[in-house]
Design a protein. Structure first.
Length: 239
């Protein structure tokens, strides 16, 4: 019993050793004690809260476009060209999401010809990424209106039959009457006077069919078609 008592008291001394346990008999020591045991949880909590605030502020500050327009070209155009096109189109659109303003967002896709070194994209991986984003846009039906240069229009239409006639009609498979499927921006009366617009580009409406026409896309497509027809009204068909 004496031996057991000795061991018992020895254990208690170790458990209550002042060097092993931070005593909390003053406010400062209480804080030191709390920080000693919970600092990891506090740091993780602060980081999580900061991340949540950043996400909320980013979401609140992000502009939600009323219209998304794809811009598929063989060469790179600077951001200023896309911004000029957006501003030229916005006066003819509607506030579809009710945020008090009309916003057109252009999604640029550079699709250089095979073996081309004049696209302005030095990295082949960047060119491949552009093609993937374009395919994803077409597959999801994100953009109903497309801006193209001549080479890209011909390449995409020949390979996919993507574009509709200016009145929204669907061309027959293999149709090559391209003039009825695009309108040169420079010849669109509502856009021709805008400053800073790039030359040689045309507007086209995509065919509304397949997976891209499923779900809630019908309403978005109808709104985009209405904008497209306003923009191209009075313009001669492209060649």
């Amino acid at each position: 019993m004496a031996r057991e008592g000795y061991l018992l008291h020895a254990g208690e001394d170790r458990i209550h050793d002042p060097k092993a346990e931070k005593k909390a008999d003053t406010p400062r020591k209480k804080w030191d004690n709390f920080w000693y045991y919970h600092k990891k949880h506090v740091i993780l909590g602060v980081l999580a809260a900061a991340a949540a605030v950043f996400f909320i502020r980013d979401s609140m500050g992000r502009v939600q476009p009323d219209y998304t327009v794809g811009m598929a070209t063989q060469t790179f155009y600077p951001d200023e060209a896309a911004e000029a096109l957006e501003k030229a189109m916005e006066p003819f659109g509607k506030d579809l999401n009710g945020d008090g303003r009309v916003v057109v967002q252009i999604s640029p896709y550079v699709l250089p010809a095979e073996g081309s070194a004049s696209s302005g994209i030095a990295d082949p991986r960047a060119a491949a990424a552009g093609r993937m984003k374009f395919v994803a846009d077409v597959s999801a039906g994100e953009s109903a209106i497309f801006i193209t240069d001549d080479a890209t229009f011909r390449q995409v239409e020949a390979q996919t039959g993507l574009f509709a006639y200016l009145d929204g009609g669907t061309p027959k498979k293999g149709a090559r009457d391209y003039g009825r499927m695009r309108a040169l921006i420079a010849q669109c009366p509502k856009l021709a006077g805008a400053e800073g617009l790039p030359r040689g580009l045309s507007l086209s409406l995509r065919v509304f069919s397949g997976p891209a026409a499923e779900g809630d896309r019908a309403k978005d497509y109808a709104a985009a078609k209405e904008l497209f027809q306003k923009l191209t009204a009075g313009s001669p068909a492209g060649s």
